[in-house]
Design a protein around this ligand. Structure first.
Ligand SMILES: [Zn+2]
Length: 362
């Protein structure tokens, strides 16, 4: 395990990228998240100088989009990508603050908030109300979420992003959990796992999004019957060959060591994984010259597979990696920071309520 090279790989991503990444320009924040969270899981955030960390935090906040009530029938929110995709947001009565190309994206909102938590930010400058209104505006009558207000695909990935955002902001009021759960259950396939939507083939990525979303909503074991849980566990553990694949009869792929591995963690049966075979496969996709991990052995490493490779190994507590939270896909350390913020918000909320009660009485 080439720890030092992986640290260099992720720090390089934050500085400069090869031209083949140009197509990811609109999701630049997600690429930054892979690098930042990768360094977090490698316990190497110190590799970013404090000044640069602050600059990244400032950059993320510049991506907070101000939506426009006048232009939309509902609040247009979420972190966006102006030069690119933004990470989220809000609504204002004034037209001047927005332009037609400032749209937000739910995945950027999730990775933007996650990156701020990883960097130790207190989320004080996040417009939580607008962010939640933005999430609410993206839910469709069938319970699924689209990714941006102006229209996009709607599937399991964006339900997952919505659940992560609401978890990070400690407020699930923006999600109609009953319809979201209904959409997830309608996406349960005949073979026991989840597709991206009703009628779609079961897939490791959508199965992860479904399991994690149900877990984040606190509905996993109350929604799935014991028989459905058993079938889901069987499907997930059957994805291991050496590493994991995402569907039956497909090749192993590094990212599924996390997607399926984390699903098994959420289901509480991760101990059934053959750690040695899984580790050997992930390490076979490691680039021992420039660092990082690829989808398969002997091809170029990329940001996503490097991050998922490191997280897949972290789930097995190998190579002194930081523990990863399987539902939010951030380090346990970042999740604990989030919890501390939530406790502070709860104290502040109680204080505010007490003050307003005293004022009402007097
Ligand atoms: Zn993959």
């Amino acid at each position: 395990f080439e720890r030092k090279k992986h640290i260099r790989f992720f720090t390089r991503i934050l500085q400069i990228l090869p031209s083949r990444y140009a197509i990811l320009d609109t999701s630049r924040l997600t690429v930054a998240f892979f690098a930042l969270s990768g360094l977090g899981v490698l316990d190497a955030l110190d590799a970013i100088p404090d000044k640069d960390k602050q600059e990244i935090i400032e950059w993320i906040y510049t991506l907070q989009v101000v939506g426009n009530k006048a232009k939309s029938s509902a609040f247009n929110c979420v972190f966006n990508c102006r030069d690119i995709i933004y990470f989220s947001f809000c609504y204002t009565e004034s037209m001047e603050t927005t332009n037609n190309y400032d749209c937000s994206h739910i995945a950027m909102t999730y990775t933007g908030l996650a990156s701020l938590l990883i960097l130790g930010d207190d989320l004080r400058r996040v417009n939580k109300h607008a962010c939640l209104e933005g999430i609410k505006a993206l839910q469709l009558p069938d319970g699924s979420f689209k990714s941006s207000y102006d229209g996009s695909e709607n599937d399991m990935r964006f339900i997952y992003c919505a659940c992560c955002v609401c978890t990070m902001l400690d407020d699930f009021s923006a999600i109609n959990q009953a319809t979201a759960t209904n959409f997830i259950m309608k996406s349960l396939c005949h073979d026991g796992a989840f597709g991206q939507g009703p009628g779609h083939e079961s897939h490791g990525g959508s199965t992860y999004c479904a399991c994690a979303s149900l877990q984040l909503m606190g509905r996993l074991t109350t929604t799935l019957s014991p028989k459905q849980l058993k079938r889901l566990e069987y499907w997930c553990i059957s994805r291991q060959r050496n590493g994991f694949n995402g569907r039956p009869h497909k090749d192993d792929d590094t990212c599924y060591s996390f997607w399926v591995g984390a699903s098994l963690k959420i289901l509480g049966i991760f101990d059934l994984v053959d750690f040695k075979e899984n580790e050997n496969f992930v390490l076979s996709t490691q680039d021992i010259i420039v660092g990082g991990f690829a989808k398969w052995p002997q091809i170029n490493p990329d940001a996503l597979h490097s991050y998922m490779g490191v997280c897949g190994l972290a789930l097995m507590s190998l190579h002194s990696l930081q523990p990863v939270d399987p539902t939010l896909n951030i380090s346990e350390r970042a999740r604990l920071h989030m919890q501390t913020l939530h406790e502070q918000w709860a104290v502040a909320r109680k204080h505010k309520e007490a003050v307003s009660r005293v004022r009402t009485k007097s």
